[in-house]
Design a protein around this ligand. Structure first.
Ligand code: SF4
Length: 375
């Protein structure tokens, strides 16, 4: 298994909470695509097997015009053997979705859409500085269905000030009424440098209490479970068989190649590398006249890093952690912490003998459970 990720570092405007790397620079998209072509040609050999998943994320991939997306598809087809690709995802914002783009994506082999809905409450969408309203999100979803997409994921956000339980429930119900195959839900966080964090620093935004966020998360889990969705990761729910293969491979530490500014790559063992989140530096590095290649860095993971990564990534998932995957010497060191977590119920055994965090403790997992086990 291997994944290929392409980061499209462009947005039409910035949302209040977002710290993903992107620029508002539509005039740079064509130059980006030509540099991407050179990066793909130069780095394709880093994937030792043909990719089984493709993921075009961002930023906002859906803002590419039809001509630009066709060029992107051509770059991928020219440089990679795509015959083994099982899942080809494109992230899309509702306001960009048109029948023409949907038809083009389908003709390029895209078989999964991840639509950034975030909320079905218009006042909240406006506050988040999203460009669509709830009617546009529902329209975009239906258009995607009509265009033949049979694997659609919706993103929702909870845990921000002003979101009542009633409003949250209404958004969850509206999402369910559309019948997506997959739902991703994230808690709004104060990320460094975002407009929301600046507001918080100026005393103009106060995060809601954690108990309120936990109650919203719990409601989400309950409603989605009742509707037949399986929670296979802290933030991800799918109808059986529709788990994201690309993202699941990240959690299983399988290899992937990331192209574009801010994209990360991993060889499936110890070598992690990344492109700097800097469009102009990346364009300069892949300029034909440039002697340097890649504006970024890498790290070689130590035994300890591998241990900690394996624990952290596996325990994000319902599949859980197989202790046999861990270095035995380091496992011996961590054994008391594992035993304590099992004794307290923070870890339980799955039917296949792996260890996992029970669903009702997923919400506290990042802080209270995994941290104690890391060495
Ligand atoms: S949430 Fe999406 S559209 Fe909004 S700024 Fe971030 S990447 Fe861009």
């Amino acid at each position: 298994m291997a994944g290929l990720y392409v980061h499209i570092p462009f947005c039409t405007s910035f949302c209040i909470y977002c710290d993903f790397y992107s620029e508002v620079a539509p005039e740079r998209v064509d130059a980006y695509l030509e540099a991407l072509s050179r990066e793909a040609a130069s780095r394709k050999s880093e994937l030792s097997v043909p990719p089984t998943t493709l993921y075009v994320g961002g930023g906002t991939p859906s803002l590419l015009s039809e001509r630009q997306f066709s060029r992107l598809s051509e770059i991928l087809r020219k440089n990679f053997d795509l015959q083994a690709v099982e899942e080809f995802t494109v992230e899309a914002n509702p306001d960009d979705i048109t029948p023409e783009k949907l038809a083009l994506w389908r003709s390029c082999g895209v078989n999964r859409l991840s639509i950034g809905v975030q909320s079905f409450c218009d006042a909240h969408l406006k506050w988040m500085r999203r460009r669509h309203d709830s009617a546009a999100a529902a329209r975009a979803f239906r258009m995607a269905r009509e265009a033949g997409f049979r694997n659609i994921s919706l993103d929702l956000i909870f845990g921000y000030a002003g979101l009542s339980m009633r409003e949250w429930e209404a958004s969850v119900e509206k999402a369910l009424s559309l019948g997506p195959e997959h739902i991703s839900c994230y808690q709004m966080m104060l990320e460094e440098g975002t407009p929301l964090t600046l507001l918080a620093e100026a005393g103009k935004y106060i995060e809601p209490p954690q108990e309120e966020c936990a109650a919203q998360y719990s409601l989400l889990q309950q409603r989605l479970s009742e509707a037949g969705y399986v929670q296979y990761e802290i933030s991800n729910f799918a109808l059986p068989g529709f788990e994201s293969r690309h993202n699941s491979a990240y959690w299983r530490r399988e290899p992937y190649l990331g192209l574009g500014p801010a994209a990360h790559s991993f060889d499936g063992a110890r070598h992690r590398s990344w492109n700097d989140p800097d469009l102009e530096a990346w364009l300069a590095a892949w300029n034909p006249a440039s002697e340097s290649r890649r504006a970024g860095s890498f790290e070689i993971l130590s035994d300890k890093d591998v241990f900690n990564e394996t624990v952290m990534l596996s325990l994000r998932t319902a599949r859980g952690l197989d202790l046999a995957e861990l270095d035995p010497t380091l496992l011996a060191e961590a054994r008391p912490a594992f035993d304590a977590a099992i004794a307290s119920g923070n870890l339980v055994r799955t039917p296949s003998g792996r260890l996992r965090i029970p669903s009702d403790r997923f919400f506290i997992s990042d802080f209270a459970i995994t941290e104690e086990i890391l060495i």
